[in-house]
Ligand binder design. Sequence first.
Ligand SMILES: Cc1cc2nc3c(=O)[nH]c(=O)nc-3n(C[C@H](O)[C@H](O)[C@H](O)COP(=O)(O)O)c2cc1C
Length: 178
Amino acid sequence: MKKVLIVSTSPRAHSNSEALANAFAEGARAAGHEAEVISLRGRTVNFCRGCFVCQEKLRCVIRDDADEICQKALQADVLVFATPIYYYEMSGQLKTLLDRLNPLFPSDYAFRDVYLLTAAAEDEEHVPQRAVSGLEGWVECFERARLAGTVFMGGVTAAGENPEHPALVQAYRMGHEI
Ligand SMILES: Cc1cc2nc3c(=O)[nH]c(=O)nc-3n(C[C@H](O)[C@H](O)[C@H](O)COP(=O)(O)O)c2cc1C
């Protein structure tokens, strides 16, 4: 049984990338894992101050929702990030959160596998590429971890506009196979 932490970073209710997050969680739960989905909607994630206190104390000086997510991420075996594509990149919300997960860097983190789930209006293969390589950069800093898989839901603009999208099945399967 693995502990799976899934962070959905879209600010929209019924968001497309959040649907991927939920499908991944369902797949993981069906396989007997413990999966928690946390949405950043309505939560407060402040910018990293670059003070480096976290590298000694293993905890951020800012007490907000990122601090709480970081404590959970420390215990998780699997980390999953879901993001809308904004200007051919990951959302600012996700980048801000990744920076705030800096206390994990010197810690004895448990996660080994990291996944990225993305949604965008366009459907071309290249659309999520920069978001994937951005997360690869983050994962590279955690030597015991790897980017284990990605799912892209293309061709969706309005929230929840295609509940039959094949990417949802892909996300479920990926969650099931962790
Ligand atoms: C600020 C902003 C920038 C966007 N940039 C892109 C883009 O570069 N390429 C694209 O295909 N879609 C882009 N979109 C559309 C979203 O990716 C699309 O609506 C997606 O379904 C949102 O995911 P969500 O429902 O999880 O929030 C953008 C949307 C916003 C609000």
